[in-house]
Write a protein that binds this ligand. Structure first.
Ligand SMILES: *Cc1c(COP(=O)(O)O)cnc(C)c1O
Length: 417
């Protein structure tokens, strides 16, 4: 078990530092605005995480990068293994996009079907370290089902706040995992605030995006896996869909960590992609701002339907640090992106995940991404999470009676039509 290399936590708003044993969530001076960033002793981490040591490491889950994570996993790790998702070339999809090197990192294949498992795994480890029995979180759906699934496996009780409008499959997942589900008759943002108030009152462990600083640390492991999978030759671009901005900020943090350790020599550029109807971070990027103004969210991609992004500062910093770009795409483009991932790569992605691909398509049209660039698209969630929306405007099945003659008639009509 690698020793912890955390040296403290730093407020992204005012820079105030907390000691490594701080058990609060946000900066005492700035309150909920004062999201913390975990800081590491990179000199120490370097001794535990070299390319050689990693090549010999048998552990495949995210804890292979334990020296750069803010909690230690209990031994043995209880339940669901998180990490080690496939990174593969999508040649046909690349050809369609005019890209020679397009890769997909498929986090829809994590145990509960979304990238959120990376964050929940670290949260569960920390909750266990702190002796908590109850973990709580608010979510558009994926963070909730992720926390509930991992909590079930680890024997913790999960209390989940979701907007009542969350897609039915996500709610079904939560209920099956045995979580206590509070369906809030309001938006995600309102569910979030209610959950924060309840966790404070009852002393539950809080898995609230951004508010809890270890979540973006878990999410950064996807950047570690991408770079290790490419044998430490980083891609030119990593495309990430953006709601609260926690994944984007986490990926940026992971890349900076790797550069500090000397495992990569340059940073890939991040392409942050938002839905036009929920584009608070994109708007801030255009304005050159360091934080985002709330919007009224309106998009079919429920996982990124966020009015008040909680991790805008880290997300915007990640774009700045990597000379990245932000782009906003329409719901039509998001649905089309899902059909392209499905039809040309065999990847079934929920709308919030196909948003990243829609962004790559737009960035190709604008000439921002060039044909020879190596591009990694993060598929953040599985299409089974919201199959109805994912399959919008696909063609209807052919309806036939169980009869060969009738099938012939229908097929010939299709061939001639
Ligand atoms: C949560 C989520 C996102 C966005 O992540 P943020 O950290 O909120 O920006 C994107 N895609 C999927 C599938 C998600 O569940």
């Amino acid at each position: 078990m690698p020793s912890l290399c955390v040296i403290g936590l730093c407020c992204v708003r005012c820079g105030l530092r907390q000691a490594q044993d701080f058990t609060g969530y946000t900066c005492p001076d700035c309150g909920d605005e004062g999201i913390l960033d975990v800081e590491y002793d990179y000199g120490r981490a370097r001794q535990q995480l070299s390319a050689d040591l990693l090549a010999r490491e048998m552990r495949r889950d995210i804890w292979r990068y334990g020296a750069l994570l803010p909690a230690s996993p209990p031994e043995p790790w209880p339940g669901l293994p998180v990490g080690d998702t496939p990174l593969f070339r999508a040649a046909r999809l690349g050809t369609y996009l005019g890209l020679d090197h397009l890769l997909v990192k498929h986090d829809g294949l994590l145990p509960t079907g979304s990238l959120k498992d990376r964050a929940s795994a670290v949260a569960i480890a920390q909750a266990l370290e702190r002796g908590k029995d109850i973990v709580a979180g608010a979510s558009t759906g994926n963070a909730a089902s992720s926390l509930a699934g991992l909590a079930a496996a680890a024997g913790l009780r999960a209390v989940i706040f979701v907007p009542e409008s969350a897609p039915a499959p996500k709610l079904a997942q939560l209920r099956t995992y045995g979580a206590l589900v509070v369906a809030v008759r309001g938006t995600y943002d309102e569910a979030f605030d209610l959950c924060l108030a309840a966790t404070r009152r009852f002393g539950w462990y809080s898995r609230n995006t951004a508010y809890n600083p270890v979540l973006s640390e878990g999410k950064k492991t996807v950047a570690f896996e991408v770079c290790e999978g490419l044998r430490w030759r980083p891609p030119d671009w990593i495309a990430v869909s953006v709601g609260d901005g926690c994944i984007l900020g986490g990926v940026g943090k992971g890349l900076r960590d790797l550069k500090e350790l000397g495992l990569i020599s340059r940073l890939p550029r991040l392409l942050g992609v938002q839905a036009e109807g929920s584009a608070a971070i994109y708007n801030a990027f255009l304005d050159g701002a360091r934080t985002a103004e709330p919007v009224r969210p309106d998009t079919l991609a429920d996982s990124i339907s966020v009015g008040q992004p909680r991790d805008a500062r880290k997300a915007l910093a990640a774009i700045r640090d990597t000379c990245g770009q932000m782009i906003a795409v329409s719901d039509e483009a998001i649905i089309e992106g899902g059909h392209l991932l499905g039809g040309l790569a065999g990847v079934f992605a929920e709308p919030a995940a196909s948003t990243a691909l829609a962004g790559v398509l737009a960035a190709r049209h604008e000439g921002e991404i060039r044909p020879g660039d190596t591009v990694v698209v993060l598929v953040t969630g599985n299409g089974l999470k919201d199959p109805q929306t994912t399959a919008l405007s696909t063609s209807e099945p052919l309806s036939v009676p169980p009869d060969e003659g009738a099938l012939d008639t229908v097929l010939s009509a299709l061939a001639s039509g």
